[in-house]
Design a protein around this ligand. Sequence first.
Ligand SMILES: *Cc1c(COP(=O)(O)O)cnc(C)c1O
Length: 446
Amino acid sequence: MSASLLQRSLATVWHPCTQMKHHETLPPVPVVAGEGPWLILEGGQRLLDGISSWWVNLFGHCNPRINAALHEQLDRLEHAMLAGFTHPPVVELSERLAALTGGALGHAFYASDGASATEIALKMSVHAWRNQGLPRKDRFLCLENAYHGETVGALAVTDVALFRDAYAPLLRLAETVPSPDARRAAPGESAADVARRAAGALAKKLDAEGERIAAFIIEPLVQGAAGMAMYDPEYLRLARALCDRHQVHLICDEIAVGCGRTGTFFAHEQAGIRPDLLCLSKGISGGYLPLSVVLCRDEIFRAFYDDDVRRGFLHSHSYTGNPLACRAALATLDIFDEDDVLAANRERAALLSGLLAETFSGHAAVRHPRQCGMIAAFDVEGAPADFPRRFFAAALDAGALLRPIGNTVYFMPPYVMNDAELRTLTQAAAQALDRTLAARTAGLNR
Ligand SMILES: *Cc1c(COP(=O)(O)O)cnc(C)c1O
């Protein structure tokens, strides 16, 4: 990036999830265009997007089909308020999402980002119980290392100290229960054993405090921001049964794991259950526009249906149900249908698994290789504290966007990455890993 533009950027643009001073040594990367799984940088260099631009992109950048749908929508209606009004894209999207849940979650409430979806699900749960005569149910449970967003309400159910500590005085913290993370297996224990053990702790918690608990919120199958912690679907089955027994809503936060990412359209399907409330965002618009939605069961919707305005769900965002974002989501769902994406992803995932095994099995520093559909990860033993930044920089040099969480290297590619590109991605990761670890052993820690 030309020096003056970079200076202007650093003077005015405050980047998310970033200590801005670190940009003194590693400035932000100037992206000027996108094409499929590639980001094209100022100067023409191409970068393979191995993490779907923060887990949002599904079918590549500037996908011709999504672009065409958006151009068409743009010339028709860019936005209209949803309070008191409705429009074709929001109706069609709500119908199609309900159908994807087999009709179980037939009501859709919209917002613009994932954290807002979490806030909506939490508020909806408490208010539904209140309307049903159970006003004491006003607390939440989440898993250890849970991540559900970073607004003040969502942060209360996010168990990541780095994101939370500075704001602790603002929060009414939820209680946590042990994670069913399969890496916690004792010798001889299976992932399902870990799930049953963790569910035992959940059972105890609900026995003791279930009366006060409105909802248990969970990321199904993969705790993303925890470092791609994966667990057995048995946990979801047991949690579903326990929530039913204790009159506790089960909120599935599928903001990261929904939309085919884990192999089924929704991750919770792999447990054969349905949640009471389901949060979607990120991939739902194909990675194009900010959109989130909370789907809920009919009982919850009906708890608000009344003549009294105060019994209604009085939550709103200016851009609720934005037609362009809904249209991007519809174009995304069309691609799922037209291309049989879930079947194609099974092949993609198998290929990625083979490439990672070929590249990293036997690597002295690689621990806990794991995969769930189109999410693959491993942990790096002996990673220095600044490993994520150094690995990220080394991967950039190798032509790939990869951004470890702690000592976990993960891959979450767009579904359109072809065989050669997946191979390039794993090779870039191998190069980045070896460079990062070599710098450590050579004492070049900076
Ligand atoms: C990203 C994410 C969120 C928050 O979404 P934002 O759009 O970043 O607010 C919430 N839950 C999970 C599981 C996520 O991965």
